[in-house]
Structure formats: structure tokens, C-alpha cells
Write a protein that binds this ligand. Structure first.
Ligand code: C2E
Ligand code: CA
Ligand code: CA
Ligand code: CA
Length: 281
């Protein structure tokens, strides 16, 4: 059924390029979805590269259009950003993700405590009182700030630094961690990186997926890992799809990973089941 949805969407996408009317319809449908809260979240494990032990999950938003089926987030998040709907969607994602982590921490009581990593768009950071929203969500669910990491893309961090950086610094002061998403695809200078209010670099999938074929890519990843170490940042490799990639990344000193090799994004119940299962640490 999921495959059908994707095919329907592809067909739709092919016909939509110049069809402004249909784009407006999609916007309207998205606005309805926001008021009716018809989104869901999938959760993809973030693991220790060697053992596969689960450290946390990245929350990934999903939207099933009533007739078009599953619309990829890369598509509707872009529309939501243009229209400002991303703020309401982002608020929902934040609350839902924090609620999920509260549940996981109950399942895992007394053992290691997983976190949830939430994608945040530049619009959300710019909105007033973002810090208050995050702490309100944490308080409502009774979750410690260490239960949440926020992912900001490298490019949006570079775009509006002052305002966004101040918000992120304030979040880190209360104990929320911040990751640079898609690292390596923007153009952070070394002096910027040193000052950025972040804890974690997520190495973009474009590096992971070329690492096995190219010594140059390996050298780049090694340089990123070294840089992260120097700056005291944690590194997570995105898009790990094969054992070869996992092993190369491990050899280059990258301790954490995420990708189809470990697990596809999972529905909430499956993520919880994974945490309570025998393979969880
Ligand atoms: P992202 O933040 O870089 O998320 C990682 C994307 O890579 C996800 O796609 C995930 O399903 C996919 N992925 C994970 N492992 C692998 C792998 O091994 N191979 C390959 N080929 N892909 C892998 P998804 O779920 O389609 O999300 C796409 C983008 O949509 C995300 O990229 C993020 O930028 C955005 N997005 C998703 N959820 C949210 C959200 O709640 N808020 C915001 N603002 N953006 C979101
Ligand atoms: Ca992300
Ligand atoms: Ca990413
Ligand atoms: Ca991405």
C-alpha cells in the first residue's frame, strides 16, 4: 500500500510541475491536515556503530494525503515553509516526539535513557518564544531536557545566525542538545563552527554513500571526525546502508550512525517494541 502511495505521488508530481492550481490545492490540503492533525511520526534509531545499541530515535514526520497517498516530507515541508504552516506542524511534531520519549523512558526505566531527535526548521527558530515552547513540551510530558535533541540544517544555521544562535544557546543552557543536520553540505567556516552553539554533527548521507568508492571521500570524513573531536562535538553518520560503510566509518573514528542498515524509520509502536526487546541495551 505504501508503494502504491509513492507511485501515485510520483505520477502526481510529474503532472504538477506547471500546475499552479494543483499546488494551491496541495497547500489547502496541507492546511486542513494541520487543523485536523492528520500527521504521524516515524522514528529511526540512532545507534552505536559497532554494537547497534540504540541511543535514541530521529522523529520523521509523515503525511498521507486523502487521495494522493503518502507525500514525501521533503515535498510538503517545503510547501509548509513557504506558507508558514511549518510552525503549527513543528509544534505538533515537538509535542508528539516528546510524548514518545516519555513513553520510551518508562519502558527503559533503570536502564540507559533514549532521546528523541527533532528536526527544526529555520522558521520555527525565528518564531517568538521557541525556547518556551520546547520547555513547555518537556514539562507537560515530564521529560528531562536531556531527552531531546534538535536538528538544524547547516544551511539554515548559516542563513540567520544571530537570532537562531541566541535561541539555540538558550536551549543548550537548559540542557537540550543541538545537532547540525546534513553537515558537509553547507559552507561553515572553521571560525563559525567553533562558535556555533551545537553539540553534535550529523554527517550528511552524501558522504556516507560515497565513502566505499572513494579515498578522497574517506579522507574528508576522517577530517570531519577529527574536526568534531577537536571542537568537542559528537558525530553521527547519516544514511548508513551497508556493512562496508559501517565498518569504514568505524575505522575512521565515527562512533555513531543511523541508516537503513540498522533500521528503516519505524512507526511509534515498533520503535517502543524495539526498545523493550532483547537486543536493546
Ligand atoms: P533528514 O533530516 O536529513 O532526514 C533523514 C532522511 O533520510 C529521512 O528521509 C530518512 O528516512 C532518510 N534515511 C534514513 N536512513 C537512510 C538510508 O540509509 N538511506 C537513504 N537513502 N535514506 C535514509 P525522510 O523521512 O523522507 O525525510 C526527508 C527530510 O524531510 C528530512 O531529511 C528533513 O529535512 C525533513 N523532515 C522530516 N521530518 C521533519 C520534521 O518533523 N520537521 C522538519 N522541519 N523537517 C522534517
Ligand atoms: Ca534530520
Ligand atoms: Ca540529515
Ligand atoms: Ca537531508
Amino acid at each position: 500500500a505504501k508503494g502504491d502511495g509513492k507511485r501515485r505521488w510520483r505520477r502526481y508530481e510529474a503532472s504538477v510541475h506547471t500546475a499552479i492550481v494543483e499546488r494551491l490545492e496541495l497547500r489547502a490540503a496541507l492546511a486542513r491536515a494541520v487543523s485536523e492533525r492528520t500527521f504521524t511520526l516515524d522514528y529511526q534509531p540512532i545507534v552505536v556503530m559497532g554494537s547497534g545499541a540504540i541511543l535514541g530515535f530521529e522523529a520523521l514526520v509523515r503525511w498521507r494525503h486523502p487521495t494522493l497517498g503518502f507525500v514525501p516530507p521533503a515535498e510538503f515541508v517545503a510547501i509548509a515553509e513557504e506558507t508558514g504552516l511549518i510552525e503549527a506542524i513543528g509544534d505538533w511534531v515537538l509535542h508528539e516526539a516528546v510524548r514518545a520519549v516519555a513513553g520510551w523512558r518508562q519502558v527503559r526505566a533503570g536502564r540507559a535513557t533514549p532521546y528523541v531527535s527533532v528536526n527544526v526548521s529555520a522558521h520555527q527558530l525565528r518564531a517568538p518564544a521557541f525556547v518556551d515552547k520546547v520547555s513547555a513540551a518537556l514539562t507537560a510530558a515530564g521529560v528531562d531536557p536531556s531527552g531531546v535533541m534538535l536538528e538544524i540544517t547547516e544551511s539554515s544555521l548559516l542563513r540567520d545566525d544571530d537570532r537562531a544562535w541566541a535561541e539555540l544557546a538558550a536551549l543548550r543552557r537548559i540542557g537540550v542538545r543541538v545537532a547540525i543536520d546534513d553537515f558537509g553540505t553547507g559552507f561553515s567556516s572553521l571560525s563559525y563552527l567553533q562558535r556555533m552553539p551545537v553539540d553534535v554533527l550529523k554527517i550528511d548521507r552524501s558522504f556516507t554513500s560515497t565513502i566505499s568508492g572513494s579515498p578522497r571521500q574517506r579522507a574528508l570524513v576522517e577530517a570531519i571526525v577529527g574536526l568534531a573531536g577537536t571542537l568537542g562535538l559528537e558525530v553521527i553518520a547519516e544514511g548508513v546502508e551497508s556493512r562496508v560503510e559501517r565498518d569504514l566509518l568505524g575505522d575512521l573514528g565515527c562512533p555513531y550512525g543511523q541508516g537503513y542498515l540498522f533500521s528503516r524509520p519505524l512507526a511509534a509502536a515498533a520503535a517502543t517494541a524495539l526498545l523493550s526487546g532483547p537486543t536493546a541495551v
